[in-house]
Design a protein. Structure first.
Length: 237
């Protein structure tokens, strides 16, 4: 915590009302002195294997009623017979950490039915793809492993807006430090790793990033040989 009571390592929009679960953290490509988009699980050169699994909380009917073929043949669970206290999950492993999200489940007694859509899970993985184009879960493997499925998001917003306040001559922010905090961490050569998460809340979607280890006034150079609009165009697929 700095002298003003701020936490300099974490940046995210703060919800004004409502709250939601802690975001799932996903690692991204290591930043360099040249601004790069936050690629999340779709970073180039990294293979993410997604598996669609059984989920059970004690019901003996889970494995009898929900087969592996069921999981792989249809992404949506609408026609499947999911018994009480059962469900299915999807998970991916990245950088040695496995993240699992419940994909569909039924509540105690089988009276309630809930579903996290495959599209929502694909979005959670950072994959820009319409799952309606796929008939089998395995088909999602290609776009998940393809670094071409990357779109500009929060990282560009932070760079584009806050870069205008950065003084490259003095390596300081023109104004309150909070105006340049995201930008300076994004491009700092002292940051060796970054982890970001995404939360879908009642009052909006939020991106959260932690940086290891930032400094307040990093020494960086402005981009050369390319304009900011050209840089943006190169990031949009």
């Amino acid at each position: 915590v700095d002298a003003h009571g701020r936490l300099p390592y974490t940046y995210a929009p703060v919800p004004s009302i409502n709250s939601c679960d802690t975001p799932v953290a996903v690692s991204s490509a290591v930043p360099t002195s040249v601004p790069q988009p936050t690629r999340g699980p779709s970073a180039a050169g990294v293979t993410k294997h997604v598996t669609w699994n059984f989920f059970t909380s004690g019901s003996p009917d889970c494995f009898a009623s929900l087969t592996k073929d069921d999981l792989n043949s249809g992404l949506f669970a609408g026609a499947e017979n999911i018994p009480a206290d059962c469900g299915k999950t999807a998970s991916f492993t990245y950088n040695g950490v496995t993240v699992t999200a419940t994909y569909a489940w039924r509540t105690t007694g089988g009276q309630g039915y809930n579903e996290l859509s495959p599209q929502a899970f694909a979005n959670l993985l950072g994959v820009q793809v319409n799952v309606a184009n796929f008939t089998r879960a395995e088909a999602l493997q290609l776009p998940i492993n393809d670094p071409g499925y990357v779109v500009v998001g929060a990282s560009w917003l932070w760079y584009d807006e806050e870069e205008t306040f950065w003084n490259y001559g003095s390596n300081t922010c023109n104004g309150d430090w909070a105006k340049c905090g995201h930008f300076s961490n994004l491009i700092s050569p002292d940051v060796k790793s970054i982890a970001c998460g995404w939360s879908q809340c009642a009052n909006g979607n939020y991106v959260w990033c932690n940086y290891n280890t930032p400094v307040k006034n990093p020494k960086v150079s402005p981009i050369r040989g390319i304009t900011k609009p050209q840089l943006l165009a190169s990031l949009v697929v």
